[in-house]
Write a protein that binds this ligand. Structure first.
Ligand code: NAI
Ligand code: MG
Length: 490
């Protein structure tokens, strides 16, 4: 048991429908005050094993196997109801734990409920096919759940990432072991309170906590897990693919990127300047699809950098729970240090239009100034590596061909955007971009109805929409012989 401060709430792992004690706990922080706000139980290898076995048993022999698709849909609707009824509490907790502005956290929580509703509705719309085989037979396909899914998620959109993983898995009939990021497990643990009431039998959804290198790794290598769904860094994605190879698990990966946001001279000026800032600074820049490479046509380049810097000066940094705040602190000391090291690097690799350090007005908290580097060469490290903070690299280009070449010159391929009034040019760029999501005259809108995922080293597999559900389904081919005569071969 922990004996930290009085106000500190403790959370236990949720395994087989029970909240279970653990030998060890770890602290969870408020990144704006640097204070401990909760203590959370560590799931060691033995606990991970219990959680996987609970999920396995629920999948193989529990009542879950005979739950209808309609029932699974209703369970998701109930979960959505619980989330909506507790939205204010969840948004506040999310904002305190991540540092993101409360207004953004409110959007996230609404999206969580919408995600559960979407997959609740999709649960009973999965169908198979009848296949025209040239035989006196009936060939058809059945769609079946993939089994036990290990789901490992990051800290930038904690409960939303949990919903993106749990929603389609529950709808498909899978059982889950979810591991939230160690920085931000609190909202997922609140969700655990409602799983039973929503109608989930014990073991169908287990939520366990701990760092990636131990708890996460134990989940990835466990023979009882059929599939790993991961969102996080490319470095860990590569570790997971290797670790999952021994048991040949299905793996889906969403790994972020270095997405180009491309501005042509004919773009709507006000919308473009706004879109460049929104694309890279929303959620403190801690966004997998952040438009962190801002490509600007030479004809408007200097004026554009100036306008961006001028507007960025007015971005209101502040305490996450204030409704005026447009940018809070970064999520953790570790992330603050990582981003700070890129700020130092950026000063040596490019010119600084604005920012580049820690804002003076905060005595505490992992705040970083919105930073715009310009005259960045696309071969610079600040143009190639994911920074995951409020740091923009502005790169000039001359004409459409060069824009496309620079946009695609990256190991990543999650997203991209193009701004122009010329529809011929817009769609030529859309077609040329090697990325899983391309926006025209906007950047970042994300809806559960449309697919999400990357090309190249941004991962594989898709989340959201029917695509997200596909990743939790196997296809069984059934052949029914209608001819009663023996095969007659021997
Ligand atoms: P990370 O990739 O280490 O963590 C993400 C999740 O993976 C966490 O739940 C963590 O516990 C787990 N994990 C870590 N190592 C693992 C392992 N060996 N086996 C299984 N699970 C493991 O991300 P981190 O260290 O918090 O951030 C580093 C960088 O990753 C960021 O600067 C950013 O560039 C990128 N990132 C990308 C995200 C995205 O949305 N694509 C989200 C978070 C981070
Ligand atoms: Mg890490």
């Amino acid at each position: 048991m922990t004996t930290t401060a009085k106000a500190v709430k403790s959370y236990r792992n949720y395994i087989n429908g029970q909240f279970v004690e653990a030998k060890e706990t770890f602290p969870v922080y408020d990144p704006a005050t640097e204070e401990v706000i909760a203590s959370v139980a560590v799931a060691d290898a033995a606990e991970v094993d219990r959680a996987v076995k609970a999920a396995r048993a629920a999948f193989d022999s529990g009542p879950w196997a005979t739950t209808t698709a309609q029932d699974r849909g209703r369970i998701l609707f109930k979960l959505a109801e619980k989330v909506r009824a507790n939205a204010a509490m969840l948004a506040e907790l999310e904002s305190r734990n991540t540092g993101k502005p409360i207004v953004e956290a409110e959007f996230d929580i609404a999206d969580v409920a919408t995600c559960f509703e979407y997959y609740g509705g999709l649960a009973n719309k999965v169908t198979g096919s009848v296949n025209p085989v040239p035989a006196n037979a009936l060939s058809f396909t059945m769609r079946e759940p993939v089994g036990v899914a290990g789901q490992i998620i990051p800290w930038n959109y904690p409960l939303l990432m949990a919903a993106w993983k749990l929603g389609p898995a529950i709808a498909a009939g899978c059982c889950c072991v979810l591991k939230p990021a160690e920085q931000t497990p609190l909202t997922a643990m609140e969700l655990a309170n409602w799983l039973e009431e929503a109608g989930l039998p014990p073991g169908v959804v287990n939520i366990i906590n701990g760092v990636g290198e131990t708890t996460g790794a134990a989940l990835v290598t466990h023979a009882g897990v059929d599939k790993i769904a991961f969102t996080g860094s490319a470095a860990v994605g590569k570790i997971i693919v290797k670790a999952a190879a021994d048991t040949l698990k299905r793996v889906t990966l969403e790994l972020g990127g270095k997405s180009p946001n491309v501005f042509f001279a004919d773009a709507d000026w006000e919308a473009a300047v706004d879109g460049a800032l929104f694309g890279v600074f929303i959620n403190q820049g801690e966004v997998c699809s952040a438009g962190s490479r801002i490509l600007v046509e030479k004809k408007i380049y200097s004026k554009f950098v100036e306008a961006m810097a001028e507007k960025a000066k007015r971005i209101k940094l502040g305490p996450p729970l204030s409704r005026e705040t447009k940018m809070g602190p970064l999520v953790s000391k570790e992330q603050y240090d990582r981003v700070s090291s890129y700020l130092a690097l950026g000063k040596s690799e490019a010119k600084t239009a604005i920012g580049g350090g820690r804002p003076r007005e905060f005595a505490k908290g992992y705040y970083v100034e919105p930073t715009i580097f310009y005259d960045v060469d696309n071969s610079a490290r600040i143009a190639r590596e994911e920074i995951f903070g409020p740091v923009a690299s502005v790169i000039p280009f001359d004409g459409e061909g060069e824009a496309i070449r620079i946009a695609n010159d990256t190991p990543y391929g999650l997203a991209g955007a193009v701004w122009t009034r010329d529809i011929y040019k817009a769609f030529r760029v859309v077609k040329s971009m090697r990325a899983g999501i391309v926006w025209v005259n906007h950047m970042q809108p994300t809806y559960v109805e449309a697919p999400w995922g990357g090309y190249k080293q941004s991962g594989f597999g898709r989340e959201l929409g029917p695509w997200g559900m596909e990743e939790y389904l196997e296809t069984k081919q059934v052949f029914v012989n209608l001819d009663e005569a023996p095969i007659g071969w021997y």
